[in-house]
Write a protein that binds this ligand. Sequence first.
Ligand code: NAD
Length: 319
Amino acid sequence: MIRKILITGGCGFIGSNFLNIMVPKHKNIKFHNIDKLTYAGKIKNLNKIRNSNNYSFSKLDICNFKKVNKVIKKFKPNIIVHFAAESHVDNSIISPGEFIKTNIDGTYNILRSMNKKIFLIHISTDEVFGHVIKNKSFNEKTKYNPRSPYSASKASADHLVSAWNNTYDFKSTIINCCNNFGPYQDREKFVPVIIKRILQKKNIPIYGDGKQKREWIFVNDFISSLEFIIFKNLIKENFIIGSGIRFENKALTKKIISLFEKNLKFNCKKSKLIRVKDRLGHDREYKVDCSKIKKLGWKSKTNFDKDLLETINFYKKKN
Ligand SMILES: NC(=O)c1ccc[n+]([C@@H]2O[C@H](COP(=O)([O-])OP(=O)(O)OC[C@H]3O[C@@H](n4cnc5c(N)ncnc54)[C@H](O)[C@@H]3O)[C@@H](O)[C@H]2O)c1
Protein backbone atom coordinates (compact mmCIF):
# COMPACT_ATOMS: atom_id res chain seq x y z
CA MET A 1 0.00 0.00 0.00
CA ILE A 2 1.26 3.49 -0.85
CA ARG A 3 1.34 5.61 2.30
CA LYS A 4 4.08 8.16 1.66
CA ILE A 5 5.41 9.88 -1.45
CA LEU A 6 8.46 12.13 -1.38
CA ILE A 7 8.69 14.72 -4.16
CA THR A 8 11.87 16.55 -5.15
CA GLY A 9 11.48 19.89 -6.93
CA GLY A 10 7.79 20.15 -6.03
CA CYS A 11 7.79 23.96 -6.20
CA GLY A 12 8.77 24.01 -9.89
CA PHE A 13 6.52 23.78 -12.94
CA ILE A 14 5.70 20.07 -13.21
CA GLY A 15 6.27 19.29 -9.51
CA SER A 16 3.77 21.92 -8.33
CA ASN A 17 1.13 20.78 -10.81
CA PHE A 18 1.72 17.21 -9.61
CA LEU A 19 1.21 18.20 -5.97
CA ASN A 20 -1.80 20.46 -6.70
CA ILE A 21 -3.52 17.47 -8.33
CA MET A 22 -2.31 14.58 -6.16
CA VAL A 23 -2.50 16.02 -2.62
CA PRO A 24 -6.30 16.71 -2.62
CA LYS A 25 -7.01 13.58 -4.69
CA HIS A 26 -5.14 11.11 -2.45
CA LYS A 27 -5.88 12.22 1.11
CA ASN A 28 -4.75 8.88 2.53
CA ILE A 29 -1.21 9.42 1.16
CA LYS A 30 1.29 11.75 2.86
CA PHE A 31 3.34 13.92 0.49
CA HIS A 32 6.65 15.50 1.51
CA ASN A 33 8.21 18.03 -0.86
CA ILE A 34 11.91 18.90 -0.84
CA ASP A 35 12.97 21.87 -2.91
CA LYS A 36 15.91 24.30 -2.86
CA LEU A 37 13.65 27.13 -4.12
CA THR A 38 15.88 28.27 -6.95
CA TYR A 39 14.57 31.04 -9.26
CA ALA A 40 12.34 28.33 -10.86
CA GLY A 41 10.75 27.10 -7.62
CA LYS A 42 8.03 29.13 -5.92
CA ILE A 43 6.22 28.32 -2.68
CA LYS A 44 3.21 30.29 -3.95
CA ASN A 45 2.74 27.71 -6.75
CA LEU A 46 1.42 25.49 -3.95
CA ASN A 47 -0.95 27.98 -2.29
CA LYS A 48 -3.89 25.65 -2.97
CA ILE A 49 -2.47 22.76 -0.95
CA ARG A 50 0.21 24.13 1.37
CA ASN A 51 -2.02 23.89 4.46
CA SER A 52 -3.31 20.39 3.70
CA ASN A 53 -2.90 17.80 6.46
CA ASN A 54 -1.25 15.34 4.07
CA TYR A 55 1.38 17.79 2.76
CA SER A 56 4.69 18.97 4.23
CA PHE A 57 7.75 20.79 2.92
CA SER A 58 11.50 21.08 3.59
CA LYS A 59 13.62 23.73 1.93
CA LEU A 60 16.59 21.61 0.94
CA ASP A 61 19.31 21.34 -1.69
CA ILE A 62 19.55 17.81 -3.13
CA CYS A 63 23.30 18.40 -3.46
CA ASN A 64 23.53 18.28 0.35
CA PHE A 65 23.82 14.53 0.90
CA LYS A 66 23.58 14.63 4.72
CA LYS A 67 20.29 16.52 4.67
CA VAL A 68 18.77 14.50 1.82
CA ASN A 69 19.73 11.28 3.56
CA LYS A 70 18.26 12.50 6.87
CA VAL A 71 14.91 13.49 5.31
CA ILE A 72 14.55 10.23 3.38
CA LYS A 73 15.48 8.11 6.40
CA LYS A 74 13.04 10.05 8.62
CA PHE A 75 10.07 10.27 6.19
CA LYS A 76 10.46 6.66 4.97
CA PRO A 77 8.67 7.11 1.61
CA ASN A 78 7.28 4.20 -0.40
CA ILE A 79 7.82 6.26 -3.54
CA ILE A 80 10.10 9.12 -4.56
CA VAL A 81 9.15 11.20 -7.60
CA HIS A 82 12.34 13.01 -8.56
CA PHE A 83 11.57 16.22 -10.47
CA ALA A 84 14.29 18.50 -9.04
CA ALA A 85 16.66 19.68 -11.74
CA GLU A 86 18.17 22.66 -13.45
CA SER A 87 15.93 22.56 -16.50
CA HIS A 88 16.54 25.49 -18.86
CA VAL A 89 18.71 24.58 -21.88
CA ASP A 90 19.81 28.19 -22.50
CA ASN A 91 21.13 28.48 -18.92
CA SER A 92 23.00 25.18 -19.35
CA ILE A 93 24.86 26.66 -22.32
CA ILE A 94 25.96 29.74 -20.35
CA SER A 95 26.73 28.02 -17.03
CA PRO A 96 26.74 24.22 -17.16
CA GLY A 97 28.24 23.83 -13.66
CA GLU A 98 24.93 24.05 -11.78
CA PHE A 99 23.45 21.43 -14.14
CA ILE A 100 26.26 18.99 -13.43
CA LYS A 101 25.84 19.54 -9.68
CA THR A 102 22.06 19.35 -9.34
CA ASN A 103 21.18 16.94 -12.13
CA ILE A 104 24.03 14.46 -11.65
CA ASP A 105 25.33 14.84 -8.07
CA GLY A 106 21.81 15.52 -6.80
CA THR A 107 20.46 12.35 -8.40
CA TYR A 108 23.40 10.38 -6.97
CA ASN A 109 22.51 11.72 -3.52
CA ILE A 110 18.92 10.53 -3.91
CA LEU A 111 20.15 7.09 -5.00
CA ARG A 112 22.60 6.71 -2.14
CA SER A 113 19.94 7.72 0.40
CA MET A 114 17.50 5.09 -0.88
CA ASN A 115 17.02 1.42 -0.35
CA LYS A 116 15.58 -1.46 -2.36
CA LYS A 117 12.10 -0.99 -0.91
CA ILE A 118 11.61 2.52 -2.32
CA PHE A 119 10.17 2.93 -5.83
CA LEU A 120 12.03 5.84 -7.48
CA ILE A 121 10.32 7.53 -10.41
CA HIS A 122 13.05 9.49 -12.13
CA ILE A 123 11.73 12.28 -14.34
CA SER A 124 13.76 12.89 -17.46
CA THR A 125 13.43 14.30 -20.93
CA ASP A 126 13.18 13.18 -24.56
CA GLU A 127 16.18 15.47 -25.20
CA VAL A 128 18.55 12.71 -24.00
CA PHE A 129 18.01 11.04 -27.41
CA GLY A 130 19.37 14.00 -29.35
CA HIS A 131 17.52 15.15 -32.45
CA VAL A 132 15.39 13.08 -34.82
CA ILE A 133 17.40 11.39 -37.55
CA LYS A 134 15.70 10.19 -40.76
CA ASN A 135 12.25 10.97 -39.33
CA LYS A 136 12.55 8.12 -36.77
CA SER A 137 10.63 8.65 -33.50
CA PHE A 138 12.40 8.03 -30.20
CA ASN A 139 11.31 4.90 -28.37
CA GLU A 140 12.52 3.14 -25.22
CA LYS A 141 15.25 1.37 -27.22
CA THR A 142 16.65 4.49 -28.90
CA LYS A 143 20.34 5.07 -28.18
CA TYR A 144 21.13 8.08 -26.01
CA ASN A 145 22.71 10.96 -27.91
CA PRO A 146 22.48 14.09 -25.72
CA ARG A 147 23.64 17.25 -27.48
CA SER A 148 23.34 20.08 -24.93
CA PRO A 149 24.84 20.43 -21.43
CA TYR A 150 21.27 20.12 -20.06
CA SER A 151 20.45 16.90 -21.90
CA ALA A 152 23.91 15.46 -21.17
CA SER A 153 23.39 16.06 -17.44
CA LYS A 154 19.92 14.44 -17.59
CA ALA A 155 21.31 11.50 -19.60
CA SER A 156 24.04 11.02 -16.98
CA ALA A 157 21.42 10.93 -14.24
CA ASP A 158 19.34 8.39 -16.23
CA HIS A 159 22.43 6.18 -16.57
CA LEU A 160 23.09 6.36 -12.82
CA VAL A 161 19.50 5.29 -12.11
CA SER A 162 19.78 2.36 -14.58
CA ALA A 163 23.10 1.34 -13.06
CA TRP A 164 21.59 1.28 -9.54
CA ASN A 165 18.73 -0.89 -10.83
CA ASN A 166 21.16 -3.33 -12.39
CA THR A 167 23.90 -3.35 -9.77
CA TYR A 168 21.98 -2.99 -6.51
CA ASP A 169 18.61 -4.35 -7.69
CA PHE A 170 16.85 -1.02 -7.04
CA LYS A 171 13.30 -0.67 -8.34
CA SER A 172 13.43 2.62 -10.23
CA THR A 173 11.62 3.66 -13.40
CA ILE A 174 12.86 6.32 -15.82
CA ILE A 175 10.40 8.57 -17.63
CA ASN A 176 11.49 10.49 -20.73
CA CYS A 177 8.82 13.03 -21.55
CA CYS A 178 8.36 15.54 -24.36
CA ASN A 179 7.84 19.30 -23.79
CA ASN A 180 5.17 20.17 -21.23
CA PHE A 181 3.01 23.30 -21.24
CA GLY A 182 0.61 24.59 -18.61
CA PRO A 183 0.28 26.85 -15.57
CA TYR A 184 3.09 27.64 -13.09
CA GLN A 185 5.92 27.35 -15.62
CA ASP A 186 8.80 29.76 -15.14
CA ARG A 187 8.54 32.81 -17.37
CA GLU A 188 11.87 32.09 -19.10
CA LYS A 189 10.41 29.08 -20.97
CA PHE A 190 9.06 29.09 -24.54
CA VAL A 191 5.26 29.20 -24.06
CA PRO A 192 5.23 31.66 -21.09
CA VAL A 193 7.70 33.95 -22.95
CA ILE A 194 5.38 34.18 -25.98
CA ILE A 195 2.30 34.79 -23.82
CA LYS A 196 4.11 37.45 -21.78
CA ARG A 197 5.35 39.31 -24.88
CA ILE A 198 1.82 39.32 -26.36
CA LEU A 199 0.31 40.59 -23.11
CA GLN A 200 2.97 43.32 -22.99
CA LYS A 201 2.30 44.16 -26.65
CA LYS A 202 5.97 43.55 -27.48
CA ASN A 203 7.70 41.74 -30.34
CA ILE A 204 8.25 38.00 -29.96
CA PRO A 205 11.82 36.69 -30.35
CA ILE A 206 12.15 33.52 -32.46
CA TYR A 207 15.39 31.55 -32.48
CA GLY A 208 16.85 31.21 -36.01
CA ASP A 209 14.36 30.16 -38.68
CA GLY A 210 11.80 29.00 -36.08
CA LYS A 211 11.49 25.61 -37.74
CA GLN A 212 12.66 23.61 -34.74
CA LYS A 213 9.97 21.01 -34.11
CA ARG A 214 8.84 19.82 -30.68
CA GLU A 215 6.15 17.53 -29.27
CA TRP A 216 3.87 19.17 -26.66
CA ILE A 217 1.88 17.61 -23.82
CA PHE A 218 -0.37 19.41 -21.32
CA VAL A 219 1.20 19.12 -17.87
CA ASN A 220 -1.96 17.55 -16.30
CA ASP A 221 -1.84 14.89 -18.99
CA PHE A 222 1.81 14.08 -18.17
CA ILE A 223 0.84 13.87 -14.50
CA SER A 224 -1.91 11.38 -15.38
CA SER A 225 0.80 9.15 -16.90
CA LEU A 226 2.82 9.37 -13.66
CA GLU A 227 -0.27 8.52 -11.61
CA PHE A 228 -0.81 5.53 -13.93
CA ILE A 229 2.79 4.33 -13.41
CA ILE A 230 2.57 4.82 -9.64
CA PHE A 231 -0.70 2.93 -9.13
CA LYS A 232 0.13 0.17 -11.62
CA ASN A 233 3.43 -0.19 -9.75
CA LEU A 234 5.40 -0.23 -13.01
CA ILE A 235 8.84 -0.72 -11.47
CA LYS A 236 12.22 -1.25 -13.19
CA GLU A 237 10.91 0.15 -16.47
CA ASN A 238 11.52 3.07 -18.75
CA PHE A 239 8.72 4.90 -20.49
CA ILE A 240 8.56 7.56 -23.14
CA ILE A 241 5.63 9.91 -22.72
CA GLY A 242 4.20 12.12 -25.45
CA SER A 243 0.99 13.42 -26.98
CA GLY A 244 1.62 13.03 -30.71
CA ILE A 245 1.02 16.81 -31.04
CA ARG A 246 3.95 18.45 -32.77
CA PHE A 247 4.60 22.01 -33.84
CA GLU A 248 7.45 24.00 -35.29
CA ASN A 249 8.29 26.85 -32.89
CA LYS A 250 7.11 29.49 -35.34
CA ALA A 251 3.83 27.67 -35.99
CA LEU A 252 3.19 27.31 -32.24
CA THR A 253 3.81 31.04 -31.79
CA LYS A 254 1.27 31.79 -34.52
CA LYS A 255 -1.18 29.37 -32.89
CA ILE A 256 -0.91 31.23 -29.58
CA ILE A 257 -1.44 34.56 -31.36
CA SER A 258 -4.53 33.20 -33.12
CA LEU A 259 -6.02 31.93 -29.82
CA PHE A 260 -5.44 35.39 -28.31
CA GLU A 261 -7.13 37.08 -31.27
CA LYS A 262 -10.03 34.68 -31.90
CA ASN A 263 -10.91 33.48 -28.41
CA LEU A 264 -9.86 36.40 -26.23
CA LYS A 265 -10.41 39.20 -28.79
CA PHE A 266 -6.96 40.49 -27.86
CA ASN A 267 -5.22 42.75 -30.34
CA CYS A 268 -1.80 41.21 -31.16
CA LYS A 269 -0.79 43.66 -33.93
CA LYS A 270 2.10 45.04 -31.86
CA SER A 271 3.62 41.56 -31.39
CA LYS A 272 5.62 40.79 -34.50
CA LEU A 273 7.82 37.69 -34.78
CA ILE A 274 11.45 38.83 -34.73
CA ARG A 275 14.24 36.46 -35.72
CA VAL A 276 17.08 36.37 -33.17
CA LYS A 277 20.40 34.50 -33.19
CA ASP A 278 19.79 30.77 -32.88
CA ARG A 279 20.63 28.83 -29.70
CA LEU A 280 24.07 27.17 -29.91
CA GLY A 281 23.78 23.52 -31.00
CA HIS A 282 19.97 23.85 -31.23
CA ASP A 283 18.34 20.45 -31.86
CA ARG A 284 16.05 20.61 -34.90
CA GLU A 285 13.44 18.07 -34.00
CA TYR A 286 12.13 15.75 -31.28
CA LYS A 287 9.45 13.14 -31.87
CA VAL A 288 8.43 10.36 -29.50
CA ASP A 289 6.72 7.03 -29.86
CA CYS A 290 4.93 6.13 -26.63
CA SER A 291 3.30 2.90 -27.77
CA LYS A 292 4.85 0.99 -24.83
CA ILE A 293 2.77 2.81 -22.20
CA LYS A 294 -0.25 2.96 -24.54
CA LYS A 295 -0.25 -0.83 -24.76
CA LEU A 296 -0.51 -0.92 -20.95
CA GLY A 297 -3.59 1.29 -21.03
CA TRP A 298 -2.48 4.95 -20.68
CA LYS A 299 -3.53 7.35 -23.42
CA SER A 300 -2.74 11.04 -23.85
CA LYS A 301 -5.76 13.27 -23.38
CA THR A 302 -4.14 16.57 -24.32
CA ASN A 303 -6.80 18.71 -25.99
CA PHE A 304 -4.40 21.18 -27.50
CA ASP A 305 -6.51 24.32 -28.15
CA LYS A 306 -8.50 23.97 -24.93
CA ASP A 307 -5.43 23.28 -22.75
CA LEU A 308 -3.42 26.03 -24.41
CA LEU A 309 -6.26 28.48 -23.84
CA GLU A 310 -6.38 27.46 -20.16
CA THR A 311 -2.63 28.10 -20.00
CA ILE A 312 -2.97 31.52 -21.67
CA ASN A 313 -5.78 32.48 -19.26
CA PHE A 314 -3.63 31.47 -16.29
CA TYR A 315 -0.79 33.82 -17.30
CA LYS A 316 -3.24 36.55 -18.34
CA LYS A 317 -4.79 36.51 -14.87
CA LYS A 318 -1.33 36.56 -13.25
CA ASN A 319 -0.28 39.51 -15.37
N1 NAD B 1 9.27 21.17 -18.45
C1 NAD B 1 9.36 20.26 -19.40
O1 NAD B 1 8.86 20.47 -20.51
C2 NAD B 1 10.05 18.95 -19.14
C3 NAD B 1 9.99 17.95 -20.12
C4 NAD B 1 10.60 16.71 -19.85
C5 NAD B 1 11.24 16.51 -18.66
N2 NAD B 1 11.32 17.52 -17.73
C6 NAD B 1 11.99 17.23 -16.46
O2 NAD B 1 11.00 17.35 -15.45
C7 NAD B 1 11.58 17.83 -14.24
C8 NAD B 1 10.83 19.05 -13.76
O3 NAD B 1 10.91 20.05 -14.77
P1 NAD B 1 10.26 21.48 -14.57
O4 NAD B 1 9.99 22.03 -15.92
O5 NAD B 1 9.20 21.41 -13.55
O6 NAD B 1 11.51 22.27 -13.94
P2 NAD B 1 11.54 23.63 -13.14
O7 NAD B 1 12.84 24.27 -13.48
O8 NAD B 1 10.29 24.41 -13.35
O9 NAD B 1 11.55 23.17 -11.60
C9 NAD B 1 12.66 22.58 -11.02
C10 NAD B 1 12.46 22.57 -9.51
O10 NAD B 1 13.59 21.94 -8.92
C11 NAD B 1 14.07 22.74 -7.86
N3 NAD B 1 15.52 22.55 -7.73
C12 NAD B 1 16.49 22.91 -8.62
N4 NAD B 1 17.69 22.60 -8.13
C13 NAD B 1 17.49 21.99 -6.93
C14 NAD B 1 18.35 21.44 -5.94
N5 NAD B 1 19.69 21.45 -6.10
N6 NAD B 1 17.79 20.89 -4.83
C15 NAD B 1 16.44 20.87 -4.67
N7 NAD B 1 15.59 21.41 -5.53
C16 NAD B 1 16.11 21.96 -6.67
C17 NAD B 1 13.72 24.17 -8.25
O11 NAD B 1 13.67 25.04 -7.12
C18 NAD B 1 12.36 23.96 -8.91
O12 NAD B 1 11.33 24.00 -7.96
C19 NAD B 1 13.05 18.09 -14.56
O13 NAD B 1 13.80 16.98 -14.12
C20 NAD B 1 13.10 18.20 -16.08
O14 NAD B 1 14.34 17.79 -16.57
C21 NAD B 1 10.72 18.73 -17.95
